[in-house]
Design a protein around this ligand. Sequence first.
Ligand SMILES: Nc1ncnc2c1ncn2[C@@H]1O[C@H](COP(=O)(O)OP(=O)(O)OP(=O)(O)O)[C@@H](O)[C@H]1O
Ligand SMILES: [Mg+2]
Length: 462
Amino acid sequence: MSRMEDFLTPHQIVKELDKYIIGQDDAKKNVAIALRNRWRRMHADEKLQKEIVPNNILMIGATGVGKTEIARRLANLADAPFVKVEASKFTEVGYVGRDVESMIRDLVEQAVNLVKTRKSEEVKEKAMENVEEIILDILIPPLKEPGMRPAPVESGDSPSTDYELNEKTRDKFREKIRKGEMEDRKIDINVKKPQAAGLGMIGGGAMDEVSMMNLQEMLGNMMPKKNKKRKVTIAEARRILLEEEAAKLIDMDEVKDEAIEKAASSGIVFIDEIDKVASASTKGSGPDVSREGVQRDLLPIVEGSTVNTKYGLIKTDHILFIAAGAFHVAKPSDLIPELQGRFPIRVELENLTKDDFYHILKDPKNALSKQYEALFAAEKVKISFNDESLEEIAETAFQINQDVENIGARRLHTVMSKLLNEFLFDVPEVIGENAHIAITREMVNEKLADLVKNKDLSEYIL
Ligand SMILES: Nc1ncnc2c1ncn2[C@@H]1O[C@H](COP(=O)(O)OP(=O)(O)OP(=O)(O)O)[C@@H](O)[C@H]1O
Ligand SMILES: [Mg+2]
């Protein structure tokens, strides 16, 4: 965890979440507190630090009300490694090779990526310089410097030796490369092609995953790396070589250590569909047993244990777990008590209202209306939604949720696409550049009214 002073306060976190998620204040507040608590823990008395455990959160709410969205945005804000898993996938029959611990390994993998990206950013300048030199060497190979330089010729600045001539040309080209004047020129570069380790199916069994990965990596490193020549433009060469050069400048051991530490102290694991592994009443039958098995498997990880990853051991004690589920059939109390106890904070997400829908369409940074505006703008067509039209769309979506099936804010996607598909199809041939499509309430009504009235129809189309 790097810059503590940058860490957002709960109020600030909620404010940031507000930019993307409408309503759900209770959930926002609770995740904000949980996030800030980690910062608080790091600043707490050292003797107590280890004792302070994260308050894992159980989010309860119908489908499409923002559960996943909140968790995802939260992780973005925190610049924290984040993984999302569906609890139900662990019950799948024949699901071998990926045990419950795999989510922690994925988390560490995420952390490694985050740390690597940051470090590449740090060495980028140096790497760019190196890349420039490599490209230059390909274009104008350097001559060996002569042991003794002859005295410079006084009369003019015309170079007197091959070496000086070569240096001078190189300087000129270096300048050209730097200015991006030769981006389209083709050159031959050496690219390292690691042998693809096609060993995925050897061994098997969940316990072996780590050793498998280690083995693969080891073999991958042992295999001679094939150097392949490729003809590419300088622009492409820059991109390919930059990655290689940056990797050379980064100390992978440091990355591993930092990533493990980052995942352990700031990682967030989002376990979706937790209700699907809760067994509602009927004990003993097949699927229930495997569901309960998943819960038992989850227990030690959420409880705090040590997981072996290919980057090293990681303790899960301070990872923040957020579980979510609709709990339509099963209730939170159908989870095994030990697991319930590990998710002490319960937040209920409310069903979204018509008014929420209106705001979801309009306000978030990534609001649907804004997305469509951007799509049309790409064709130089302006589309605008007046408030009344948005209200009408919200109303329609709400109505269909009531009449057909409640899929929450996802309904807005289907309604919008139904409303706008004709336009999307007609641009650019029928509706050309600089056209303006003004969406009005009447238009929404006209296009969607029949569907709303006819339940059978809306079941299929919307
Ligand atoms: N409160 C909200 N504010 C803004 N957008 C929302 C809100 N709720 C849902 N959405 C939008 O609806 C879509 C689905 O939301 P999300 O993935 O969070 O649902 P969920 O609650 O996780 O549902 P599920 O139980 O099916 O996983 C997303 O595209 C999201 O942007
Ligand atoms: Mg979800």
